[in-house]
Write a protein that binds this ligand. Structure first.
Ligand code: GTP
Length: 248
């Protein structure tokens, strides 16, 4: 099973890769780890495949590029090798129960660059977990946004994408409030409908359309730190591979 963790900078991809991997290992599974982040300095797991062996952001910055230019350049350098990386990952998938892929800190380096899409299209049924942080959920539009964003990732990478709220350990008291809007799209729509602003109308229209296309995809609630939700993540991964993408 190949699980790819995608999310904005600091959403917890690297921590989750390490901690979920440890959890699976304790359960008796063997796990391979892949690092696709050219900018990361140190990792809490030992990667079986590491793009930093080919190029790092640090090397490119030493040659005069700024941080953003160096990130883009690093993926330009990796792109012609995307298929080789996919082959290496596919070989590991035959050998290991789980392959966990940790993606670049800046999500756009993976989503909007050919390296990410070329790699993903050469993997067999990868499951993507889109991590978002509770901090992004400030108003009702944001709930609609994260659910839509998971769909956009699915579209861009042609891979089933599960949205996952990470860091639930920091919102223990408010978790039920978050779940009310994230899980119940009808309720969310009914609240958005009361908003007279242009954005309210847009979010209402988008949100009303969501059940047609995502009713079958569950949402996960995780804490990479405490391990909350790991069992559910394991179950979703298992179901994905047993049913080829049907996560009802
Ligand atoms: P970059 O690749 O550097 O962009 O970040 P990332 O998405 O890999 O996140 P990382 O795992 O480095 O975590 C960023 C910060 O969030 C660290 O300080 C983690 O300890 C913290 N963090 C990650 N997951 C959780 C979580 O579930 N709960 C809490 N409280 N903190 C977390």
């Amino acid at each position: 099973m190949i699980l790819t963790f995608i999310g904005t900078a600091g959403s917890g991809k690297t921590t989750l890769t390490a901690k979920f991997g440890q959890y699976l290992e304790k359960e008796g599974h063997n796990v391979a780890y892949i690092n696709l982040d050219t900018g990361v300095k140190s990792l809490p797991y030992t990667p079986h495949v590491d793009v930093r062996e080919m190029i790092t952001v640090e090397q490119l910055m030493k040659s005069g590029l700024g941080p953003n230019g160096a990130i883009v350049k690093s993926y330009d350098i990796l792109t012609p090798h995307a298929k080789e990386y996919a082959n290496e990952i596919s070989k590991l998938e035959e050998e290991f129960d789980y392959v966990l892929i940790d993606t670049p800190g800046q999500m756009e380096s993976f989503l909007f660059h050919d390296f990410g899409s070329n790699l993903m299209e050469n993997l067999r049924e990868p499951l993507v977990v889109y991590l978002f942080d509770p901090n992004i959920l400030k108003n009702l539009y944001d709930y609609c946004f994260v659910r839509f964003f998971a769909l956009m990732i699915d579209l861009r990478l042609s891979a089933t994408t599960i949205p996952a709220l990470n860091k639930i350990d920091i919102i223990k008291n408010e978790l039920e409030y978050y779940k009310k809007y994230l899980d119940n799209l009808e309720y969310l729509s009914s609240r958005l409908r009361l908003d007279p602003s242009t954005q309210g109308y847009l979010a209402y229209k988008l949100c009303s359309f969501l059940p047609d296309v995502i009713s079958s995809v569950r949402l996960l609630y995780l804490s990479a730190i405490s391990g909350a939700g790991f069992e559910e993540l394991e179950t979703v991964a298992y179901e994905h591979y047993c049913t080829c993408g049907d996560l009802t």
